[in-house]
Ligand binder design. Sequence first.
Ligand code: FS2
Ligand code: SF4
Length: 537
Amino acid sequence: MFCYQCQETAKNEGCTMRGVCGKSGETSDLQDLLIYLLKGISIKGEKAEMVDRKAGRFIAEGLFATITNANFDNDRFAELIQQALKIRHAMPMDAAENLHDSVTWTADGMDAFLEKAKSVGVLATENEDIRSLRELVVYGLKGLAAYAEHAAVLDFEDDVLYAFMMEALASTTRDLSVDELVALTMKTGEMGVKTMAILDQANTETYGNPEMTEVNIGAGSKPGILISGHDLKDMEELLEQTQGTGVDVYTHGEMLPANYYPAFKKYDHFHGNYGNAWWKQGEEFTTFNGPILMTTNCIVPVKEAYKDRIYTTNTVGYPGVAHIADRPEDGKKDFSAIVEQAKTCAAPVEIETGTITGGFAHHQVMQLADKVVDAVKSGAIKRFVVMAGCDGRHKTRDYYKDVAETLPKDTVILTAGCAKYRYNKLELGDIGGIPRVLDAGQCNDSYSLAVIAMKLQEVFGLDDINDLPISYDIAWYEQKAVIVLLALLFLGVKGIRLGPTLPAFLSANVVKVLVDNFDIKPIGEVEADVAAMMEGK
Ligand code: FS2
Ligand code: SF4
């Protein structure tokens, strides 16, 4: 195996024996082969006269399944590989010479899959810079695919996205120059913006605009179900199916922003949020006592303490863990097994009490726009600091908590994603009623931060988005953060600080391209970074 797609990769170089995330070498290899076959499907698909939506959706699901902490189940990957071969086979293509091996290779059975995987992984591209750019595109596509898939679940699909996934994946099989690959990277960012806009539309048209909400973080006296991941449709159906059962519903990790949607707030048995970011699930799932539903990444190696009460669904998988089947066409998922189990469980152990405030997606912030603009004009708000992105296990991520605490009181933190758990329970106060931490939602909602920035640019009549009093101090962990980063670069944002480490998959030359063109920098010491940000550097 060789995998370096996430921030926690071994020695910030690459996982070679077993993933730091717990992924086995075999799982990693099967994921490589699946990606390879998605490239074969893409080569066929990009030549078709019309976008093959079925193939496009399959590509999105396949990419999503390979995101860090989404799926650890070899059997599931073998199934996906078989499906990929079938889909590819059914796609028409003119007979041509020199077809890429990803279009023609075929075999059956785990042994054959694992054998082939050895030669099609990341290291099959020998040139370090080409490899770096190809993987940057592929990881960006994984994030894009995840967002496209979330939108598709809500019936918002755009063939342009599938066509682009095919174009980009197919391009990674060709001998593109560094310049061509840099251009493809930017186009990935552009399509990332488009995808996130579609997802934003899907979420808000289906569930309403997130609104300022105080979320209970304590525990109730009834048994509960804990729902994690990013899938709002699962959230909706779980709330419906638990109504009147005597079972409460709690969110964990990236599902916290479900608490901000009008469509979900109406349920009395929606109790609030339990716990923190994904990496704390080992302890928090143990004390929760009730069943846990993982709707997307991030699942981590499952502990015996809750193995018999954790469930996966969608692209998530873990060996030996019960999986809730997809919803039938025009039907709903069946969560009855989870509900029945919950009734037999004790209530959660209370691990904290109080509330946290969130719900500041673009619509809510725009409702406060006058207040915000006045505060900027009067100098009450000196600067916004975007600290969106991911949380993770590394102690070095305390940096983000320390930055939040060190920033002067006349600054506002804009956030989205699970990075917020480093500072969303601190008492940071407010500025004239505007909370100093404005949480827009999931990493999926990072689009909101771009909308807010563009709106402020318009209000202040600025030509360049970089003239706004906004600094970017982004934390990354997995591939959804990669597409958010590429989207920001496409929008022309410069001077982003990225941490806690720069991605291992960026070669020295690719880092240089990013530094020269976008002034990207690694995080440094807290005091110095805060001082620099306050000077707009
Ligand atoms: Fe948290 Fe980062 Fe959301 Fe992941 S914000 S680790 O990309 O999907 O989650
Ligand atoms: Fe290593 Fe991250 Fe890949 Fe897991 S996803 S194998 S931790 S690089």
